[in-house]
Design a protein. Structure first.
Length: 466
């Protein structure tokens, strides 16, 4: 399953030509699945059956089949080892109780430390630059408390307009915490009129022009609504050249795209782990601080878990602060959250982000090809439902998510897809977020989704699917 320098569309056409079938044929999906070197990873996860999904209508679909799960951008599937690891810790608690802190399969006192190397590989960092702790927004607050040090002339935080609400609220509250007004210190960047995503050159232009007044540049790695992948390396270089700290919320990027947080010189980053990293709702989050700051940037708030492990339990009340991001720890991490994260990271460790990304480019490109084939706006048929993809068409500017804007009411589309065993994500008024995840989704999933979408639009709009 190689691109050979081809675009996803060219690869689809080349395969269909070799098979002697239409590019839209299920044979193409079957060929890609057969030659997918990562297809066995699906067996590491629990994929719900259609009959298990509450909204499904078994009169419309075979309930014995796996559902079409395209919601990994919101909540990843459960790794099969999660139950085993949780039961191990419940058993440890039941049988040896307090001794579980230093004994057992994963001693509680340093359980999260043992999987930070695996997480570091996923985000392109050194192990000592990563900490697993808290939730995403808590980590963002802790990081901003130390990296956002406004002065009279440099007090702004630059972020995209329509950032994920939690990011927006965190930045807003951090500004107010310093006695400043978000109207003056919160610099929101919107796409130009008529455009749906931000252009890199527009971001760089704002940094160049207003950089002397910007204290922190804080973008998402992948924009949650549009699915746009930002050029993090370029933004980091531009911001730091103007004297700004640069950080990223990588919630939709970690486990989705290749990250090189260390090599790009990113100052700080944070991410949740329950989307593409499959740790379960409210899973243990991650934080990154580049090693160049390990002796200069220190936590504003301290807790005992930031104390050096060698002397932590001596209880001297004299802080021996761990350098870098480890010093930002506050409390011991819930062992029951460590377990699912470990189960997922072990699967990631069986492959590489490069391999996952390679599959992702073709998987999402295949979805894009079929969407455009069937649902591009046709001036000759103005009443035929059509779909506009607001995610950038350049594969290098997106992850696996496509945000689809429909010409028909999105709530009805969403509900009818759910009846047909499709799990995806609706954002009113017009957008459906669809994320074929390379770790466990197949090309046949994509083809089934397109057929389900056709059936739904046929049923509700008398649109013939061919």
């Amino acid at each position: 399953m190689s691109f050979d320098g081809s675009t996803p569309s060219e690869t689809v056409k080349r395969v269909s030509d070799s098979l002697g079938c239409s590019p839209t044929s299920a044979e193409v999906a079957a060929y890609f699945d057969k030659h997918d070197k990562l297809r066995h990873f699906r067996e590491e996860f629990l994929v719900p059956k259609i009959t298990e999904l509450p909204p499904s209508d078994l009169s419309l679909v075979n309930g014995a089949k796996d559902c079409i799960y395209f919601s990994g951008n919101s909540l990843g599937l459960q790794p099969k080892n999660v139950k085993k690891y949780l039961e191990e810790e419940l058993d440890t608690w039941a049988k040896i109780a307090i001794h579980g802190h230093t004994m057992g399969a994963r001693p509680w006192a340093w359980a999260e430390n043992n999987i930070e190397e695996l997480m570091a590989k996923v985000v392109g960092a050194k192990t000592e630059e990563v900490a697993l702790m808290n939730g995403l927004t808590v980590n963002l607050h802790l990081l901003l408390l130390s990296f956002y040090k406004p002065t009279k002339t440099r007090h702004k935080i630059l972020l995209e307009d329509k950032a994920f609400p939690s990011d927006h609220y965190a930045v807003e509250s951090q500004i107010r915490l310093r006695g400043l007004d978000p109207k003056d210190s919160m610099l929101l960047l919107s796409p130009k009129p008529g455009e749906e995503t931000l252009k890199t050159e527009d971001i760089l232009e704002v940094i160049e022009k207003q950089g002397d007044s910007i204290a922190v540049v804080m973008f998402s790695g992948v924009q949650y609504y549009t699915g746009q992948l930002f050029d993090m390396a370029c933004i980091t270089e531009a911001g730091q050249r103007k004297g700004c700290y640069v950080g990223f919320d990588c919630a939709h990027a970690a486990g989705n795209v290749e990250l090189e947080l260390h090599d790009w010189g990113v100052d700080f980053a944070c991410w949740c782990s329950y989307k593409y990293i499959n740790s379960g709702a409210g899973g243990l989050a991650g934080a990154f601080i580049h090693e160049k700051h390990k002796h200069t940037i220190k936590p504003t708030l301290m807790g005992w878990w930031g104390h050096d492990l060698k002397s932590r339990f001596q209880m001297t009340n004299v802080m021996e602060l761990q350098p870098g991001v480890s010093g930002f720890r506050l409390s011991n991490q819930p062992i029951l959250l460590v377990c699912p994260l470990q189960a997922s990271l072990e699967v990631f460790n069986m492959t590489t982000m490069q391999a996952l990304r390679k599959k992702s480019l073709l998987l999402t490109g295949y979805l894009e090809y079929l969407i455009k084939h069937y649902y591009t706006k046709d001036p000759a048929q103005p009443h035929k439902p059509h779909v506009h993809i607001i995610t950038p068409s350049d594969p290098q500017q997106r992850g696996c998510q496509l945000s689809l804007s429909f010409s028909v009411p999105i709530k009805r589309v969403f509900e009818e897809l759910e009846k047909r065993g499709v799990a995806c994500d609706m954002r009113e008024p017009t957008v459906l977020r669809v994320a074929p995840v390379p770790m466990y989704n197949s090309f046949s999933d994509v083809h089934r989704f397109i057929r389900a979408l056709g059936e739904e639009l046929t049923a509700t709009n008398s649109c013939v699917f061919s």
